[in-house]
Design a binder for this molecule. Structure first.
Ligand code: BGC
Length: 877
């Protein structure tokens, strides 16, 4: 039965306008910002026109009608942008019939900041020229007077080598935390721009800035550098407040030696990312102001470049009440939030007495005896010590530190600790959520939730390995494997672009990338297979998923230099046998570094050849294609014999298959070897580590082993994705057996309970279970302008439901099996101005409803136009 839905009335319009991936950004200094928007009620855009005006309403760019269907990555090409200027922009489009919409009514804007002009009205200031070794944040104050005139607008521009918190007249100027964020401070630091119009007043205004060490000067910056502080000897800050009055006159307040500082410091006696915080509440601002001595701040300077804040802010995403509070003994309580997370506690204090100290430990697990487990934090103290001032109710939350924790142990609490007295504040880079997934298997749903928590917990301005122990670095390998899954779950182009930029700033002159970005050592690097390759893989993902070509353009030569270094290290043989991390944390199934190195070298050469083609670099593309073929040959010569792979691990098979390194006749036997190792040798278990694991399900699926992929995913015994869940995991763990009910904790030296790398598996939920896939080979398809819908339900799940908010709008795919009738009902949504290439999960259509018929294109592919569809398919036969 086939029928049409009556055409629903549509109100064509343009929506979701963004500039450089941001909604109405302040302090946006990209000279050619890229615009994007979505369409509603328009099947296909045939042309578009953008118009940008400055604050005098003059048109500074009119694109004219451009015959093009894309609504993403439209680069500004008008008059040079001016600093400190608000620009508004509008767009209109023509639909499939050539009918033009009205100009977008919703005016989008962006406001430039310094745009490469100097900070004329301020100096870098510091408290002590250094070197400083203690971890006590410093205070700066400044009082200034504004005339009795109406303020039209005021902007705070601020940055620091360190972390800063700014109060104007006692009020925090922003809900962002950990400003200015973490960049490669050997090269650059971000500044932020905040609208402070509402915080200023006529007459006297008071500015107070607390400056902590953060990533710049805290232990994270030097723990792994033999105690040397590589970024700089001491923290410093810089700020300017630009005030415009209603009469058009302006006044600028800038940091200088007019700012006051003192050597007593405020209530924060120590604040450090690894170690936590010591807070003495009696050292109030009033006490400080009286006590002094205050002295002028020291003016200083730095060569570090100040750049605009292109990434995402860190914010308090939520506050959670305790799930359980357990009395331990005397004044000691254990609080269980029921969820491992990144953030810090918020205490609502009452009944305290002056001088009373609270000591708070943070841990992800409980030990056998019920105490909070902290052994896996290694040298990170992760401790809060709070000394009370009065008995009055007070709220306390640490300022410049974060912890990875599910449990708190609070000692020194007066009386009974109640649920209302304490909360967990969840901190994360604040990125719009773009993905949802659910199915009828609760363990799988929990796995999906755990991946989400792994992401939230490890997206803290930088994508990190873990949030709790003395690490928390932007490890490249972890980022590389997780990036695809992450970019289904959240809108992360700017977040990753910032990281990729820092990765490239840290690249050594010989081409080696550091193992983590931002770099903290400024020391030589080494090419590390699967880790360094992040520099090629992550930008490619961003290109496919968001259409971002700029990173490819900007860093192509860097990527090429990296592969050239690997090639020269191999003495031209393409057998890349460097010292690297190998298939990190594999399960008694070592694969040689030479095999992994060579396979990845081939794979990255092939990918870079593709990138070269995208960039129109045909010579480089040819050279790199040749390099891929040479590496493939080298792989075959060194790691194959007549029967197949000389190394028989799952990871060896996966790499060979994934990077297409085998002669045709050895493909099937290798798949067989892989299947046998999983099913027979390992009794339906994986043996792979960081590099092999993400490839398992995609490769099995690609080579005809869908049912095995499902079986492996749904395995609940060790090792496998669901095993930690049976052991109580609420996040992704570093090891499958980081903890087991039977044997307790794993190796304490490397035992994080919040490590997202194995969360890479979530990409398969979207791409295979729900079947939402980008079309990587089609440059017209970028950012899901065209995409594939090809769900593969397998045999074991009864239903699955995924939603992905792509740059063009919401893609949905959900299916439900009727086991009695042996049918599958599949519904999907194709957003406006896109098309989907459909691969049906079964051949016979029993019923169809949709906005229009599925159509066949010239190549015989089944195509769905924008709309909503529901098909019932016959699964018999
Ligand atoms: C990190 C990893 C990282 C690895 C490199 C570890 O300490 O936590 O996730 O990729 O080192 O081998």
């Amino acid at each position: 039965m086939v029928h049409h839905h009556a055409e629903e009335p549509r109100h064509p319009h343009v929506c979701d306008l963004k500039t450089e991936y941001l909604v109405n950004p302040l302090g946006m200094d990209e000279p050619a910002p890229r615009f994007s928007y979505q369409l509603a009620g328009i099947l296909a855009q045939t042309a578009r026109q953008l118009r940008v005006r400055n604050d005098a309403r003059d048109v500074v760019w009119d694109s004219g009608w451009v015959q093009d269907g894309s609504s993403q990555q439209i680069a500004y090409a008008g008059k040079a942008l001016k600093p400190f200027t608000r620009y508004t922009w509008q767009v209109r489009v023509k639909d499939e019939a050539g009918q033009a919409t009205a100009w977008s009514s919703e005016e989008a804007w962006f406001e430039t900041g310094f745009l490469d002009t100097p900070w004329k009205h301020s100096k870098w200031i510091t408290y002590w020229q250094g070197p400083r070794y203690d971890l006590a944040p410093q205070l700066f104050t400044h009082a200034f007077t504004l005339p009795a005139k109406k303020i039209a607008k005021a902007r705070y521009y601020g940055t620091a080598l360190g972390v800063y918190e700014t109060l104007i007249n006692g009020q925090n100027i922003t809900d962002w935390v950990f400003t200015p964020g973490w960049t490669d401070y050997f090269h650059r630091v971000q500044y932020q721009c905040f609208d402070v119009t509402g915080l200023l007043q006529k007459g006297t205004n008071k500015l107070r800035i607390t400056l902590g060490g953060g990533w710049f000067h805290g232990r994270i910056a030097h723990h792994w550098n033999n105690g040397e502080i590589p970024y700089g000897k001491t923290e410093m800050l810089r700020c300017e407040i630009h005030v415009t009055f209603a009469d058009g006159s302006t006044q600028v307040i800038g940091s200088s030696q007019d700012f006051q500082t003192n050597n007593l410091g405020g209530p924060l006696r120590m604040s450090d990312i690894y170690d936590g915080e010591i807070y003495e509440a009696w050292r109030t601002p009033e006490w400080l102001e009286k006590t002094g001595p205050w002295f002028p701040a020291l003016e200083t300077d730095t060569k570090v470049q100040v750049v605009w804040n292109s990434g995402a802010p860190i914010r308090r995403l939520q506050t959670r009440p305790p799930e359980k509070i357990i009395h331990r003994r005397g004044s000691t309580w254990v609080v269980d939030f029921g969820q491992n997370l990144t953030g810090r506690e918020r205490l609502i204090l009452h009944n305290t007495v002056k001088g009373q100290a609270l000591v708070i430990k943070h841990g992800e697990m409980l030990d056998k005896d019920g105490s909070v487990y902290v052994a896996n934090l290694r040298s990170a103290k992760a401790l809060t010590v709070y000394t009370a001032d009065t008995a009055e109710e007070a709220t306390y939350e640490p300022t410049f530190t974060f912890f990875g924790f599910r449990y708190l142990e609070i000692s020194g609490w007066n009386g009974r600790l109640a649920k209302k007295d304490v909360q967990a504040v969840v901190l994360s880079s604040d990125l719009p959520r773009t993905g949802l997934f659910a199915c009828n298997n609760d363990l799988l749903n929990q796995l999906y939730e755990n991946v989400g928590w792994g992401l939230r917990s490890n997206f803290l301005d930088v994508p990190t390995d873990c949030p709790q122990r003395d690490e928390r670095f932007g490890w490249t390998g972890d980022t590389q494997v997780f990036c695809n899954a992450a970019t289904y779950n959240v809108f992360a182009p700017a977040f990753y672009a910032k990281w990729v930029t820092d990765l490239n700033l840290g690249q050594r002159p010989d081409g080696a990338y550091k193992f983590a970005a931002p770099d903290t050592t400024n020391s030589p690097g080494k090419p590390a297979t699967g880790w360094g390759d992040a520099a090629i893989i992550v930008p490619w993902r961003l290109y496919v998923k968001y259409g971002d070509k700029r990173l490819l353009e900007k860093f192509f030569d860097n990527m090429d230099r990296y592969l050239k270094l690997e090639l020269s290290n191999s003495k031209g043989t393409c057998v890349v046998d460097n010292e690297h991390f190998g298939d990190w944390l594999h399960i008694d199934a070592p694969t040689s570094k030479a095999l992994i190195g060579t396979a990845y070298f081939a794979g990255s050469s092939r990918l870079l050849a593709r990138i070269a083609k995208v960039l129109g670099k045909s010579n480089a593309a040819r050279r790199l294609d040749m390099q891929y073929r040479k590496a493939r040959e080298a792989f075959q010569q060194n790691f194959l014999n007549a029967k197949g792979l000389t190394e028989k691990t799952q990871t060896a098979c996966l790499l060979a298959l994934h990077f297409d390194l085998l002669p045709e006749k050895l493909v099937k036997p290798t798949v067989k070897l892989l299947v046998k190792d999983i099913t027979v040798n390992r009794k339906l278990h994986l043996s792979t580590g960081f590099l092999g694991t993400p490839l398992l399900l995609p490769v099995l699926t690609r080579f005809g082993q869908l049912d095995l992929a499902y079986d492996l995913l749904l395995q609940t015994t060790y090792p496998g994705w669901l095993y930690p869940i049976t052991q109580g995991a609420t996040t992704m763990w570093e090891r499958w057996n980081s903890y087991t009910h039977e044997t307790g904790f794993g190796d304490v030296n490397m035992n994080s309970f919040n490590h997202y790398a194995y969360g890479a598996v979530a990409e398969w939920f979207y791409e295979t279970i729900a079947g939402i896939q980008p079309l990587e080979d089609n440059p017209e398809a970028l950012a899901f302008k065209h995409f594939r819908l090809a769900p593969q339900p397998g045999k074991r799940l009864d239903s699955a439901n995924a939603v992905f908010f792509s740059p063009y709008g919401m893609i949905a795919s959900s299916w439900m099996r009727d086991r009695r009738k042996n049918t599958l009902t599949w519904s999907f949504t194709v957003p406006d101005n896109t098309t989907a290439e459909i691969t049906l999960p079964a051949t016979e259509i029993l019923s169809f409803s949709g906005n229009c018929e599925l159509q066949h294109d010239a190549d015989g592919r089944l195509i769905a136009l924008p709309g909503e569809y529901e098909l019932v398919l016959n699964l018999k036969g």
